[in-house]
Design a protein. Structure first.
Length: 372
């Protein structure tokens, strides 16, 4: 699995999908804002087009979960009768707790924190439009907290004030707030960067990634911490990350990835080549992503000869896998993160185009690393 390289192969990443889709909604409410280094992925294009056409009768957001939830919130807050639809998979994903909460904008709202952090982000972004104070209380465990923190940081940049406790369980949003226009440079996508790090770790190669600042507001910047734990050498100065692989990967042991659910496919695949057992826990909400990622990972890892066990909220991988079945075609379940996590192994997938959802340049960037 390992190749050596003296020089760093360098990739400059386009803007974070998560930041882009939040910033687009906030810029729409602020007017006259300029966003630089926007993500060029399918989800961001869908969000841009949907906001441009928010005056029409119906918009189709296809597979884009953030657009579906954020625009549903905007529809309620602006009392726009527009119909928002999407793919069969998207429409099967949860939305009712959000629509129920949106009926109480300008009042006291209770919403579960263990389904999707996007519900909370959606409510936060539109609550300043209400005519009376909105108080949001989160019930149960709060999943994917870094995404809520990201929303709060971006809202502050657009001039919005929100009171909240340290645990992010109670939020108080004053009414009739004005969104201020901003010029914003969007930092490179840390979730996309994780696949470049995966390549570096697997093939003991030197990889440099541009456009992600040291004080990144993305939760998925934790991929660097995980890679370091597995034995990789990491340096992160200003906007440049340098990753050096290792001859023998260390397992992650038992690790809670509730705050970084999008990194689970990357590190599940990577752990198959580590010298020992990795158990990724507290990931029950992976069942309601673009695919049931716990089930998808189990099936596809087993297919290529990896020892793997799963439960309701965990995946356990036993490494090291000495050789993989290269003749197998990976089923992607129309899920971009499954596609990319396995493609780093140089395996064929049944739907290479899924990467367009978050990282359209994935295949060309992967080729640069392979040729570097």
């Amino acid at each position: 699995m390992h190749r050596k390289s003296r020089n760093f192969a360098t990739i400059a990443l386009k803007g974070s999908k998560s930041i882009s889709n939040r910033a687009l909604l906030l810029a729409y409410l602020a007017k006259n804002s300029k966003l630089k280094n926007l993500s060029d992925c399918e989800d961001t294009t869908i969000m841009q087009n949907a906001l441009k056409n928010f005056h029409t009768k119906k918009i189709d957001v296809k597979d884009c979960g953030t657009a579906y939830r954020f625009l549903t919130a905007l529809k309620f807050a602006t009392k726009n009768p527009i119909e928002i639809t999407g793919s069969k998979r998207l429409l099967s994903r949860p939305i009712k707790p959000l629509t129920k909460a949106l009926k109480n904008l300008g009042k006291k709202i209770k919403i579960p924190g263990n389904i999707s952090s996007q519900f909370i982000s959606a409510l936060l972004m539109v609550s300043p439009l209400a005519k009376t104070t909105t108080t949001i209380g989160i019930t149960g465990e709060v999943f994917s907290k870094p995404y809520i923190k990201m929303t709060l940081i971006l809202m502050k940049k657009f001039g919005i004030k929100i009171e909240h406790d340290k645990e992010l369980r109670i939020f108080k949003i004053a009414p009739n707030q004005k969104f201020k226009s901003r010029n914003l440079f969007i930092e490179g996508d840390a979730s996309s960067a994780s696949y470049l790090g995966e390549y570096s770790a697997l093939f003991n190669k030197k990889v440099a990634i541009k456009n992600i600042p040291k004080n990144s507001i993305q939760g998925d910047i934790k991929f660097l911490e995980y890679l370091k734990k597995m034995g990789c050498k990491i340096s992160h100065n200003k906007n440049l990350i340098k990753i050096e692989g290792t001859k023998q990967l260390k397992p992650l042991g038992t690790i809670d990835m509730n705050t970084t659910p999008d990194l689970v496919p990357t590190f599940a695949v990577l752990s198959a080549f580590a010298n020992g057992t990795t158990k990724i826990t507290n990931i029950a909400n992976l069942k309601i992503k673009e695919s049931d990622r716990i089930s998808a990972l189990k099936k596809e890892l087993k297919k290529i000869g990896v020892k793997v066990k799963t439960g309701k909220d965990f995946i356990e991988i036993h490494g090291p896998t000495k050789s993989i079945k290269k003749n197998k075609i990976i089923k992607t379940y129309n899920d971009h993160r499954i596609t990319m996590a396995f493609a780093v192994l140089d395996l064929k997938t049944d739907n290479p185009k899924t990467v367009n959802k978050s990282y359209p340049l994935f295949w060309s960037d992967l080729k640069k690393l392979q040729n570097g």
